[in-house]
Write a protein that binds this ligand. Structure first.
Ligand code: FDA
Length: 311
């Protein structure tokens, strides 16, 4: 319950222009700035540097150029062009070819056709260079359209893409069967958004139980699932599930967000599991950052310390 209240509070703050202004002034300015714990940097150069360092430790990466809720066609087009540059820069840098994108960044709020055109441009460029493209999942009003667009493009032969399903949503178990039938890759998460009780579980215990039910479906009927959580209990449960089902460590991967639970990340790699870090970067970092605070209000203390230290 507390989880839901804190999510709602921080999602409210995420809409504050004044806070956004203050955060962009203090959040990323110096290497010690507070937002840098969760965001690799504002530029692609900084993101590539972070990616290289992570890969050097034997971990996999996916790069995310932050941005969402774009309302103008020119902004969606610009975000798409930026992604095309990011693809070229990743190829030139020789880091792993794996990116994550959000459909509202590509114009889903403008209209579906704009978004699909932009996504196709990214998938075409990505396909030429053998990238994998993960389509992040946004809040519940976007889930059906996101899955529908994904299915359409999958049917057109875009097989180097995957989706995300959120265990908090009632619908996700059925969606897991739907994506498993396609033979597409799923990243399983709990869900970062404050959702109404009509569509989502509100209690952590229910979200966690659904997470493990979906993990089982993915391990038995899915293709190379990604189990994305920082929850040590669910990670242990996933390891036990894999052992029970006699699933090889190479047929699934764990994922975590940049800057969170590095201790657990290192332990999983040492134990021989495949492990990917989601590396977000770019100047549109504020909503992503606020979601991270909402997940763990204790982070606010360290942010305040950072702000006071910056002055
Ligand atoms: P939970 O929130 O229960 O946290 C478990 C433990 O992890 C905490 O006790 C704490 O130790 C640690 N922890 C969690 N969050 C922390 C934080 N912010 N700071 C410090 N410690 C923290 N969501 C979504 O809706 N759509 C998406 O596309 C994605 N994509 C995605 C990719 C990857 C790689 C990950 C790991 C997560 C996402 N998410 C996401 C976010 C996801 O839905 C969820 O909000 C967060 O992962 C937090 O939930 P946990 O599973 O970590 O559990």
């Amino acid at each position: 319950m507390l989880d839901a209240v804190s999510k709602a509070f921080f999602h409210g703050l995420a809409r504050s222009r004044m806070l956004k202004h203050l955060a962009s002034r203090y959040g990323m300015r110096r290497p010690s700035s507070f937002a840098r714990r969760f965001i690799a940097g504002e530029t692609i150069d900084e993101a590539l540097e972070a990616a290289r360092a992570i890969q050097a430790g034997g971990l996999l990466i996916t790069l995310d150029q932050l941005g969402e809720s774009v309302t103008g066609p020119e902004d969606a087009s610009q975000a798409t062009r930026t992604y095309l540059t990011v693809i070229d820069r990743i190829v030139a840098a020789g880091v792993e070819r794996n990116i994550s994108v959000k459909l509202t960044q590509l114009g889903l709020d403008i209209d579906r056709a704009t978004c699909v055109d932009n996504l196709r441009r990214i998938l075409d460029a990505a396909g030429r260079h053998e990238f994998f493209v993960r389509i992040d999942m946004e809040n519940s009003p976007y889930v059906e359209t996101t899955l529908d667009i994904f299915e359409t493009l999958w049917g057109q032969g875009y097989r180097h893409a995957g989706v995300v399903l959120q265990s908090a949503l009632f619908r996700s178990e059925a969606d897991t069967d739907r994506v498993n039938r396609l033979g597409a890759r799923v990243r399983l998460v709990k869900g970062a958004y404050k959702e109404p009780r009509t569509v989502a579980y509100q209690r952590k215990a229910e979200v966690d139980a659904a997470f493990m039910r979906i993990a089982r479906k993915l391990m038995t009927g899915g293709v190379y699932p990604a189990i994305a959580t920082h929850d040590a209990r669910l990670i242990d449960a996933t390891k036990r599930l894999a052992a029970e089902l006699d699933v090889a460590k190479t047929t699934f991967e764990f994922q975590m967000l940049y800057g969170i639970r590095r201790d657990l990340q290192a332990r999983l790699v040492a134990d021989g599991y495949l492990f990917r870090v989601y590396v977000p970067f770019g100047d549109e970092w504020f909503p992503y950052f606020m979601r991270r605070l909402g997940e763990r209000p204790a982070n606010v203390g360290f942010v305040l310390k950072g702000v006071l230290g910056e002055r």
